[in-house]
Write a protein that binds this ligand. Structure first.
Ligand code: TRP
Length: 363
């Protein structure tokens, strides 16, 4: 039976925020601890980050370490998973180069995530080729390690589709070497794309609407208190609206029944709280206070571990070094198979030279 291998990663363009946490990180930790997988590989995608940050390598360089600390403090455990740095595995680049022959330009142009990103970055007139090709390189990220399960957000769906197209194309052309994969999306709708604290579509550093895993308790409190709710909910007894109400979206993503028992026992669960809010008579302050308790409960242990890791950066670097060495080892094995299948293993194939001699020298 095919092995169950998890492969996923993040671009190190900034520290990770709670959108990353509910969208993927929390799940990765559970999966890692489930013992159900043959291997768990987590990649810091610095090479992909450079595809749209070519002129800002220092930013990427700093954030490789920050993301590694975020991973470890969120509970990824190097005894159960391998955390590695993309650019330090050159086999990825080689595989991506071969994959480029199997994908048309128009196929990449149809990728809705890339389309959105091109708009967001004002790349319409001048798209860096590397950026344009990153979905192909992402197919290499997954297949080099025989990744079969990719925990990621909804925006990564088109990448997984493309990966599987490439795998089928490769296997049909050269023989069965690579395997297809499947995306593992967050279970709840609220976790698919957690909005910023201002209710805007996405958390983004430039909008200042992110709650980072590394935020202090005081910063968290400030964010929660200024969070966007229902602008029409002016007095407590008015009925409030849940649609687009960030506090409730965050509660959807974070709050459990157990949280109610611990922090807000007047209500059994979120449905009861929502019912009261929409009926009228429940103020935003109560909801925010509850949310703050819930978030603090999740983030406090992460903060504590981060503080420890910050005092032990040698350890963090050792984790990356070990993980990367492991990833390279797997990558080299896969690439040897790829080269054999593609008939470019000249020096590894003694029969090849024999055949050529028979054809050419002894003609
Ligand atoms: N594109 C992903 C992101 O922007 C990062 C990434 C790179 C990735 N390679 C991957 C995710 C492979 C899953 C699998 O977050």
């Amino acid at each position: 039976m095919a092995k169950k291998i998890i492969l996923t990663g993040d671009r190190p363009t900034g520290r990770l925020h709670i959108g990353h946490y509910v969208g993927s990180l929390r799940r990765r930790v559970e999966l890692q601890n489930s013992g159900e997988f043959d291997d768990v590989l987590i990649m810091i995608a610095d090479a992909q980050a450079l595809t749209d940050n070519a002129d800002n390598p220092e930013k990427i360089r700093q954030n490789v370490l920050q993301v590694a600390i975020d991973y470890l403090s969120a509970g990824l455990d190097p005894k159960k998973c391998h955390i590695f740095v993309q650019s330090a595995v050159p086999e990825l680049t080689e595989l991506a180069f071969y994959f480029m022959n199997l994908v048309t330009v128009s196929r990449v142009q149809r990728n809705p995530t890339v389309k959105t990103e091109i708009k967001m970055r004002n790349f319409e007139a001048d798209i860096p080729t590397g950026f344009f090709c990153y979905p192909i390189s992402q197919a290499a990220d997954i297949t080099l390690f025989h990744g079969s399960i990719v925990p990621a957000g909804e925006d990564q769906k088109p990448m997984i589709e493309l990966t599987n197209e490439i795998v089928r194309r490769f296997n049909n052309t050269y023989g069965e070497v690579l395997n297809e994969c499947q995306i593992l999306l967050p279970q709840q709708a609220a976790c698919l794309r957690l909005p910023g604290t201002d209710g805007k579509a996405k958390m983004s550093k430039s909008l200042g609407n992110c709650i980072y895993l590394s935020d202090t308790a005081a910063e968290l409190k400030k964010h929660v208190n200024s969070m966007y709710t229902d602008p029409q909910h002016l007095t407590i007894d008015q009925p409030g609206h849940l649609e687009g109400n960030t506090v409730f979206t965050y509660l959807d993503a974070f709050a459990t029944d157990d949280d109610f028992a611990r922090f807000l026992p007047d209500y059994k669960n979120l449905d009861e709280l929502k019912a009261h809010y929409t009926r009228g008579g429940l103020g935003d302050g109560t909801c925010k206070k509850f949310l703050l308790n819930v978030l603090n409960d999740r983030l406090e242990p992460i903060r504590t571990r981060r503080a420890e890791l910050e005092q032990n950066l040698d350890y963090v670097y050792q984790v990356l070094r070990d993980g990367t060495e492991y990833a390279r080892h797997i990558g080299q094995q896969t690439l040897a198979e790829v080269r054999r299948a593609m008939r470019i293993d000249y020096f590894e194939d003694p029969n090849f030279i024999k055949e050529q001699k028979a054809q050419i020298t002894n003609r």
